[in-house]
Design a binder for this molecule. Structure first.
Ligand SMILES: Cc1cc2nc3c(=O)[nH]c(=O)nc-3n(C[C@H](O)[C@H](O)[C@H](O)COP(=O)(O)OP(=O)(O)OC[C@H]3O[C@@H](n4cnc5c(N)ncnc54)[C@H](O)[C@@H]3O)c2cc1C
Length: 325
């Protein structure tokens, strides 16, 4: 058993228990969302450097050096003296500048955030409905765009996504976090072929990555496979076809897993269609975004197709844990 010193009180942490679970169990409310070490909503700071390294995975080195850590995956082995960063350090004010329905279930939200730090296309932000309730959304925009763009898919009974679809209006103010995440385009290796596979609103980060790669004169072939269960779930089809017509080295394949062949899309799961067309991924860079099960299985398949592990970049849209619903 270790002790957590927080806000002038002491809390017990069972062996193997996370800091977040220990505090929540003892009635302390900490902002959190995915509880999976991804979204960084539950970031805390330790007064000492006794932070388990696994609790700092994915944090910028400047944050790691200041003993910041993710409470949901921090399982202490010694007592810790911890605090929450000031919310004014974490939350950036933003204004809704655009709302555009991309299909029946996905809306594109434009956000203006004057205090936004530099970001990479494909990273994600946390959008706060209020200070204690947030969800992660990937950036479909590139830094040169006049505003941030998100693709928010409506989920049945989804609290954030239905609020965005039904209540958010142009001109509304809200708060977001600074962009985080390691799934983005890196310039260099301009001849390397790129394989982009996404399902549903997993197209959002891929749009950012694609546009960034084209803006940065990526010369190698770029193949985008966007999958959906039915044709109605596809979106930005005309825009992507137009981009493919303008850039001969960019190839776009919409895929529908629950239907038969058609003139506008390929039948089958995006990952299967992609790997049937590109069975040997030696030397490729691969981006996988969207449904966590798809991302997990595609990562394995890409590795078996000889993509190098450090050339596989992924953003799994992990669900908010039941404990946080
Ligand atoms: C790094 C990251 C990036 C993300 N980027 C995007 C993005 O660009 N666009 C986007 O639309 N979403 C994205 N998500 C998912 C998003 O953060 C929310 O989880 C999603 O919008 C649902 O939130 P909600 O509050 O509406 O649903 P909740 O109220 O949390 O959940 C409602 C119900 O839906 C179920 N559920 C939750 N998530 C899913 C899911 N993905 N598929 C099926 N059922 C689910 C829950 O189990 C629950 O029963 C991302 C997630 C992560 C971690």
């Amino acid at each position: 058993m270790t002790q957590l010193h927080f806000n002038e009180a002491v809390y017990q942490c069972e062996p193997g228990e996370s800091v977040l679970d220990a505090l929540t169990r003892q009635g302390v409310s900490i902002p959190s969302s995915c509880r999976n070490g991804v979204c960084q909503t539950c970031m805390m700071q330790s007064a000492d450097a006794n932070v388990p390294s696994a609790a700092q995975n994915g944090l910028k080195s400047t944050l790691q050096a200041q003993n910041y850590f993710l409470a949901c995956v921090c399982r202490p082995t010694t007592d810790m003296d911890i605090s929450l960063p000031d919310s004014s350090d974490r939350l950036l004010p933003a204004t809704v500048t655009a709302l555009r329905q991309l299909n029946d279930e996905v809306v594109c939200v434009g956000l203006d955030c004057p205090s936004l730090p530099d970001y990479r296309a494909g990273q994600f932000i946390n959008v706060y409905r209020d200070t204690g309730f947030s969800r992660s959304y990937s950036l479909a925009s590139v830094p040169s765009d006049p505003y941030l763009r998100l693709h928010v898919r409506r989920l049945p009974a989804g609290r954030m996504s239905n609020w965005v679809h039904d209540e958010l209006k142009i001109g509304d103010s809200l708060h977001i976090s600074a962009p985080v995440g390691a799934c983005f385009y890196l310039p260099g290796a301009a001849q390397q072929p790129l394989l982009l596979i996404g399902t549903g609103s997993g197209l959002a980060p891929l749009m950012g990555i694609l546009r960034d790669a084209l803006n940065q004169q990526h010369a190698g072939a770029i193949h985008l496979y966007h999958g959906s269960r039915d044709a109605a779930g596809l979106y930005l089809v005309d825009e992507l076809r137009e981009m493919a017509a303008q850039h001969p080295h960019f190839h776009y394949t919409p895929c529908v897993s629950g239907g038969s062949a058609s003139s506008i899309h390929q039948p089958g799961r995006a990952v299967d269609v992609a790997l049937a067309a590109h069975p040997d991924l030696t030397g490729w860079r691969v981006y996988l975004c969207g449904n966590p099960d798809m991302v997990k299985s595609a990562r394995k398949k890409a590795y078996l197709a000889k993509a190098a592990m450090n050339d596989i970049h992924a953003d799994a849209f992990v669900r908010v844990a039941a404990a946080n619903q």
